[in-house]
Design a protein around this ligand. Sequence first.
Ligand SMILES: [Zn+2]
Length: 120
Amino acid sequence: MDHEERELILEFFPGTPPELLPLGEILYYRDEEGRVVIREKGPPELSLTLEPLSGGLGHPQVCEACRRHLSGSALGFFRHLVGGSPTHLRYLVLCLDTEGCAGRAEPGRLREILLRGILS
Ligand SMILES: [Zn+2]
């Protein structure tokens, strides 16, 4: 349903920025190399990859995706490029258990994180 709506909008208004399109299906998972991927199904398909940083967090913090308060051992630091620039990096605290986090994170919040990474 959202898929068709997005297609229709882009057909009539090809330059519509992604944040104004109806929310598409959001996928949030770990790839085979342990990176976190946030993907919004298109058109246009939007995707952000976050690289895990080694070393845990020493104290409890809030996961930026599901917004739960968790102990440092359940969370990790991740980073991604902003707008494709190799010198502009953004760091995020996220659950190490991406699957559990995905079940609790709101799609709108995941899209926010995704768009902050791909829009410069
Ligand atoms: Zn989380």
